[in-house]
Design a protein around this ligand. Structure first.
Ligand code: SIN
Ligand code: FE2
Length: 228
C-alpha cells in the first residue's frame, strides 16, 4: 500500500472532520499505525470491555513451558485465543467458565472493519478479539501471530490507556525490532507481506491515564477460523 492509497482510503473511511487524530505512520509494506483513530470510541470500547470481562474474566494464562504470562487476557467472538500446558490455540469455549466466549460487541467489530479498510484491507470480518490488560511491568515478548487458519486477513490492534512501547520486528526473530510508541486510541494494522512479522510490547511503564488508571488495554482483532 502506498501513502497515496492510504490517504485515499482514510479520506473515504475516516472523515477527517470526524477523526480525532488522523496521522498515519507507515511501518513498512502492509503495516501502518493509524494515530488516535479510536479516541472517540474509547469510552464505549472500555464500557464494552467491562461487560465482556464480567462474563469472561481476565486471567493470566500459562505457557506450554509453565510460565505465567504477565498480561491478563480474555476474549470475545466466535473463537478465543488460549495458552496452557498444551500450547497455543483457539477455542469457542472459555475453559474458565465452560461457556462460549461473549459475542463480539458491534462497537468492536465496526471499528476493526473501518481500521482495516483504512489500511487497505477491505472486507475484514474478525471472528476473534483478544483483550490484553497490562499492569505496570507487564510485557509481551517478541512473537508472531500464527495460530490463525487464515493469514490472508490482517491483524487490527487497538491501544487504550497508558502508552506502550511497541516492538516491530521483521519476518525473522533475529531481526532487531524498532520501537514505536503507541498512545491511547492508536490502531496498528498489519497484513499482506507483513502478516507474520514479529512484534511485542516492552514492560509497561508505571504511568497514568484518566480513563484506565495505571493500566493499558489492547484489543487484537483477528480472523482465526476459515471463512465457510
Ligand atoms: C498482541 O500481540 O497480541 C498484543 C499487542 C499489543 O498489546 O499491542
Ligand atoms: Fe501478537
Amino acid at each position: 500500500m502506498t501513502r497515496a492509497d492510504l490517504s485515499a482510503a482514510q479520506g473515504q473511511l475516516f472523515d477527517p472532520a470526524e477523526q480525532a487524530g488522523g496521522a498515519a505512520l507507515a511501518l513498512e509494506d502492509g503495516a501502518v499505525v493509524l494515530r488516535a483513530c479510536a479516541v472517540d470510541e474509547a469510552p464505549a470500547l472500555l464500557e464494552a470491555i467491562e461487560q465482556v470481562t464480567q462474563a469472561a474474566p481476565l486471567r493470566q494464562m500459562t505457557t506450554a513451558r509453565g510460565w505465567r504470562m504477565s498480561v491478563a487476557m480474555s476474549n470475545c467472538g466466535a473463537a478465543g485465543w488460549l495458552s496452557d500446558h498444551s500450547g497455543y490455540r483457539y477455542d469457542a469455549v472459555d475453559p474458565l467458565t465452560g461457556r462460549a466466549w461473549p459475542a463480539m460487541p458491534e462497537v468492536f467489530a465496526s471499528l476493526a472493519r473501518r481500521a482495516a479498510a483504512a489500511a487497505g484491507f477491505a472486507n475484514f470480518e474478525p471472528d476473534a478479539c483478544l483483550i490484553n490488560q497490562y499492569a505496570p511491568g507487564a510485557r509481551l515478548s517478541l512473537h508472531q501471530d500464527r495460530n490463525e487458519q487464515d493469514f490472508d486477513a490482517p491483524i487490527v490492534s487497538v491501544s487504550l490507556g497508558v502508552p506502550a512501547s511497541f516492538l516491530w520486528g521483521g519476518s525473522l526473530r533475529s531481526e532487531r525490532p524498532r520501537r514505536v510508541r503507541l498512545d491511547h486510541g492508536d490502531i496498528v494494522v498489519w497484513g499482506g507481506p507483513a502478516r507474520l512479522n514479529f512484534h511485542g510490547i516492552d514492560p509497561l511503564r508505571d504511568d497514568h491515564h484518566p480513563l484506565t488508571g495505571n493500566l493499558r488495554l489492547n484489543l487484537t482483532f483477528r480472523r482465526a477460523l476459515l471463512r465457510r
